[in-house]
Design a protein around this ligand. Sequence first.
Ligand SMILES: Cc1cc2nc3c(=O)[nH]c(=O)nc-3n(C[C@H](O)[C@H](O)[C@H](O)COP(=O)(O)OP(=O)(O)OC[C@H]3O[C@@H](n4cnc5c(N)ncnc54)[C@H](O)[C@@H]3O)c2cc1C
Length: 291
Amino acid sequence: MFDLKKHVKARSIDEAIALLIENPGARLIAGGTDILIKLRHGKQGFSELVDIHDLPQLRFIKLDENNDILIGSGAVFNDIIESGIIQTHIPMLKDAAQSVGGPQIRNVATIGGNICNGVTSADSASSLFALDAVLEIRGRKTKRNIPVSDFYFGPGRVDLKKGEILTNIRISQKNYKGSSGFYYKYAMRNAMDIATIGCAVSLKTKNHVLEDYRIAFGVAGPVPMRCKITEETMRNKKVSRKLLQDISQAVEKDVNPRTSWRATKEFRMNIIKELCVRATKEALKRAGEEI
Ligand SMILES: Cc1cc2nc3c(=O)[nH]c(=O)nc-3n(C[C@H](O)[C@H](O)[C@H](O)COP(=O)(O)OP(=O)(O)OC[C@H]3O[C@@H](n4cnc5c(N)ncnc54)[C@H](O)[C@@H]3O)c2cc1C
């Protein structure tokens, strides 16, 4: 049973912020695919919802005057899959969106909810980490921008203060132009399952050399993470089979998976070492490289 005492629909971002301040115990609901499960479990002690589902000011995907990509927090995964901007510039995020849940979930679940829920398995998170995405957050009288890599404090804990809303996600042109990427999800089954491990790779090559290499994982630690040691070691290396082996060895130094009922630490480590190779290979293919 849902112990729901109050449900208020906001008609604007300002109204949503005002409602959150008026009702300090309330939580935001966007698609509801995470928050309604928490409400039903009843463990987090909230029973009031401020509804931002389908708010037009939050549901968009566009390029700004600098060709930065802006994704409204209320964009659902199907919006991302169908967006020409995403397909053209950051197909890796389309890979991630396609891997979420099933068709019904992708129709209502938002990218903002995916990030603000604060879990390491969020499929959109690794791609956003690899793209150095910036989160634009609004409060009653405040606006702040925070790199997605600084947003996660720990499992289920993110940098959102009372009355704040994630309005949109910004991906700067410098972080996607000329880059090719791929997101690879390993789960026990192909649909309706959260990631055992998710891996996003974004890279740039020049004359068959890795000019830029970024790799991020979900579920390789308590929060999504970039693999900085691997990235630094691989930059300026020649594209080759040996490179893939080196990546697979290097990631061990960056990650910290744990054992859960879903998979053991050792199994996850094996998957990590394989997924980084597969995601890199696919990203290289998109960059026109052959191995
Ligand atoms: C059957 C099923 C399958 C699933 N499969 C996957 C999967 O494969 N991969 C995956 O990553 N996830 C999966 N999920 C989890 C979920 O669908 C996603 O995390 C989804 O993106 C959450 O978005 P939402 O809009 O439903 O968020 P909601 O449930 O509405 O909100 C989630 C949290 O974010 C907060 N929030 C929402 N929007 C904002 C905002 N704009 N600003 C600040 N806070 C906000 C809410 O208060 C809440 O705490 C699945 C869920 C279900 C039920």
